[in-house]
Write a protein that binds this ligand. Structure first.
Ligand SMILES: Nc1nc2c(ncn2[C@@H]2O[C@H](COP(=O)(O)OP(=O)(O)OP(=O)(O)O)[C@@H](O)[C@H]2O)c(=O)[nH]1
Ligand SMILES: [Mg+2]
Length: 435
């Protein structure tokens, strides 16, 4: 082989090698590019899948939300229906009739006589109410007094019968505080003297009365009535369904019948049928209702309008119906304080009463509501409703003892006259009526 030739071949081989190397490099680059593209595609695919998943989840959530809304709407419609039925059926005849000369009449007359009423001062209305109250508290009595009387009999009280009494009082929702107070007082009395069954019962009644009277005495006002010469504003508050609107209707009747110029503010703008329900009560008691029919009306704005109307008409009493349920409990309290601010601003010398309505049939639950409202709503009194047909009338005592709220009115029925100013003597007598 000549040198020249071999030089040329080396040159050729070197070129070939360089070319091959270049090719290999290119291929490698191409492969890397492909790899990169693949990765990018996979990433895109993944992102797409994730987006689709999210979209799907969102759709599902929206569907759920919609179903929930539909259910809520249905529930609301159903409730409105029930309400409509409720208040179209309410008995509102205002003429009480004289019933039979029976046990009920005798008992009612005796209760009135015990309070110093003369024979010619007794009215059919009073007898009617007392009979209703006694009948209403029958269920509470059944689980409590009847058993108590069986246990006590006519024998003198013993420490053991006090233990029984303690259990019975707690079972009747009287509450721990009041029960302990009563039992302690009885125990102390027993240490001093022998107490027969009858005396024991009298002492028990006295003690229950002391408990229930304490917040009333502390308030300095025996019976709550509008003060003449000023605008009195009574806010009717409480959780949903306890009987606020019904109670307000009965109050409107009581007050207009007692010649107070009365006006109603429909500040429950949360529930659609609330205004309509109030207007029915307004018609019955011949009291005007100030309302704002527009959707999402502001309760404070309704109160604003109502105060203007009350000032113009020189009203004595403005009764304000409020919502029992808002989206949250805080909203409810905020709304109440907003209403109060409006009143303070517009009529600084108005006399404001915040009256908590409690459904007696809710027992200890009602007591819890009272405690939580009392903390945030600056209450001045309580109204106990639905004392008819519940076995938990004893809760009235717990409200007095544990929340220190004066009970101002009690309701025992759905009729317009089934609400009266609270009278502790009559209440305790009715609670322990079998003796
Ligand atoms: N048996 C009985 N039923 C009552 C009494 N007070 C109210 N009710 C009934 O309780 C139900 C609810 O009463 P409302 O006055 O609408 O209650 P509310 O607190 O205004 O309810 P919301 O506005 O939904 O918060 C109605 O069916 C009333 O007739 C009562 O003293 N006795
Ligand atoms: Mg209402």
């Amino acid at each position: 082989m000549v040198n020249n030739e071999s030089d040329a071949s080396r040159e050729w081989a070197a070129q070939a090698y360089a070319l091959l190397k270049q090719k290999q490099e290119l291929k490698k680059q191409e492969e890397q590019l492909q790899e990169k593209q693949l990765q990018e595609e996979q990433l895109k695919e993944k992102q797409l899948q994730e987006e689709q998943l999210k979209e799907k989840q969102l759709q599902e959530e929206q569907l759920k939300e919609k179903q929930l809304q539909e259910e809520q709407l249905k529930e609301k419609q159903l409730q409105e229906e029930v309400y409509k039925q409720d208040f179209s059926n309410v008995k509102y005849e205002t003429q009480a009739k004289l019933g039979e000369f029976d046990d009920e009449f005798t008992w009612s007359a005796m209760v009135l006589a015990a309070q110093g009423k003369k024979v010619n001062e007794i009215s059919i209305d009073e007898i009617d109410w007392l009979s209703k109250l006694r009948r209403g508290l029958e269920e509470t009595r059944k689980g409590f007094v009847t058993e108590l009387l069986d246990k006590l009999g006519d024998d003198p009280l013993t420490p053991e019968s006090l233990d029984d009494l303690e259990t019975l009082l707690i079972r009747a929702d009287v509450g721990i505080d009041s029960t302990v107070k009563v039992i302690d007082a009885l125990r102390k009395k027993l240490n001093e003297e022998v107490l027969g069954g009858e005396e024991g019962m009298k002492f028990l009644k006295d003690e229950l009365r002391v408990i229930i009277e304490k917040p009333i005495k502390d308030s300095g006002t025996n019976i709550l009535v509008p003060q003449k010469g000023k605008l009195n504003v009574w806010l009717i508050v409480g959780v949903n369904g306890v009987g606020k609107t019904t109670t307000l209707g009965k109050l409107a009747y009581l007050s207009s019948k007692s010649n107070y110029k009365t006006l109603i503010a429909a500040a429950d703008t949360f529930r659609a049928a609330a205004v309509e329900q109030l207007k029915v009560w307004g018609d019955r008691s011949k009291v005007d209702v100030i309302s704002n029919q527009s959707k999402n009306a502001d309760p404070a704005a309704v109160v604003f309008d109502a105060i203007n109307a009350a000032k113009k008409r020189n009203s004595d009493l403005l009764l304000v119906d409020t919502a029992g349920r808002l989206q949250t409990k805080n909203n409810l309290m905020d709304e109440l304080s907003k209403i109060k601010r409006i009143i303070d601003k517009k009529v600084p010398d108005a006399i404001i009463e915040s009256l908590l309505v409690l459904d007696a049939s809710q027992g200890q639950n009602g007591l819890k509501q009272a405690k939580s409202f009392a903390k945030s709503a600056n209450l001045s009194g309580a109204i106990i409703t639905k004392l008819d047909g519940t076995s938990r009338g004893g809760v009235s005592l717990a409200v007095s003892a544990e929340v220190n709220l004066p009970i101002r009115f009690i309701g025992a029925g759905e009729g317009i006259k089934d609400l009266r100013p609270f009278n502790s003597f009559e209440f305790v007598e009715a609670l322990l009526a079998d003796r």
